[in-house]
Design a protein around this ligand. Structure first.
Ligand code: ZN
Length: 268
């Protein structure tokens, strides 16, 4: 269950990510009046068993039955987890096409939800989901070679909002828009591809909002869908309220770009 929208006085438009037919949108009649009929199935991220009738010539199907099978409502009592789930919903809804099978995304979402519930830090879960969403759709930028000129990337590389990871030379020509990718951030890219979610808890700092990884991963997704995602704002606010704001997680001075390598000052 990715989400619901009101339709008139009594109905809901329901958006589902399905195992076999991509996203499905349909009208659940009288769902606003009798939420009981659907149990917890209308809660975002609930795994449901659904039946629907296709209506020829219409975008919206008719939802016949909707039964909750696995709830993730408990962990979403935490605002940060709720906000992280809202990001997963928005990104999945934007990347999966209606009616076109995307089983890998269905499995990815299920895996990330399980991991979040089992204690994966929400910042890491969001970055992991972004990375794998890109990878599954053939959109993950090259991480070993410069996306500008093709040279092997050495120890120091930069994130360009337009091109992905780039070498110092290409970063210099980007000027101020390029950001240094710190060692820990680079390690996340390598580990997230090879390791299961449960082994990534150490990458919390690298995954923080406002970091270079966010610029790379979220930025590439947004460039692909050609719009910004709205749900990240709530996530950042929820993290700030917890006192783990991106501003509190300063960057260590020895990771600043210096000398000829530096395309621009990273901080004023
Ligand atoms: Zn280059």
């Amino acid at each position: 269950m990715l989400g619901t929208h009101q339709l008139g006085e009594t109905d809901l438009i329901v958006t589902l990510l399905t195992a076999r037919t991509g996203t499905v949108r349909g009208v659940a009649r009288a769902a606003r009046r009798s939420r009981k009929r659907f149990g917890g199935a209308l809660e975002p991220m609930t795994r449901v068993a659904a039946e629907w009738s296709e209506r020829s010539g219409r975008d919206l199907h008719r939802i016949d039955t909707l039964e909750a099978r696995r709830s993730f409502a408990g962990m979403q009592a935490e605002p940060v987890h709720q906000a992280a789930c809202a990001i997963l919903c928005e990104v999945a809804g934007a990347m999966v096409r209606e009616g076109e099978s995307d089983h890998a995304m269905f499995r990815l979402l299920a895996a990330v939800l399980e991991a979040l519930e089992a204690g994966m830090p929400p910042e890491v879960a969001v970055r992991y989901f972004e990375l794998w969403t890109l990878k599954l759709h053939g959109l993950l930028p090259e991480i070993r070679r410069c996306n500008g000129c093709g040279v092997d990337l050495g120890e120091r590389c930069w994130v360009s909002a337009d091109e992905g990871l780039v070498c110092p030379g290409c970063a210099r020509s980007e000027g101020r828009s390029a950001r240094l990718l710190h060692k820990g951030e680079r390690a996340f890219l390598v580990d997230a591809i090879r390791r299961p979610p449960a082994e990534l808890a150490d990458h919390r700092e690298a995954s923080r909002p406002g970091g270079a990884l966010e610029l790379l991963l979220r930025g590439t997704l947004q460039a692909f869908v050609e719009r910004g995602f709205r749900s990240y704002r709530h996530f950042d606010a929820a993290l700030r309220a917890l006192g783990t704001s991106p501003n509190n997680l300063g960057t260590s001075p020895n990771n600043q770009p210096t000398g000829d390598d530096a395309p621009a000052e990273e901080t004023p």
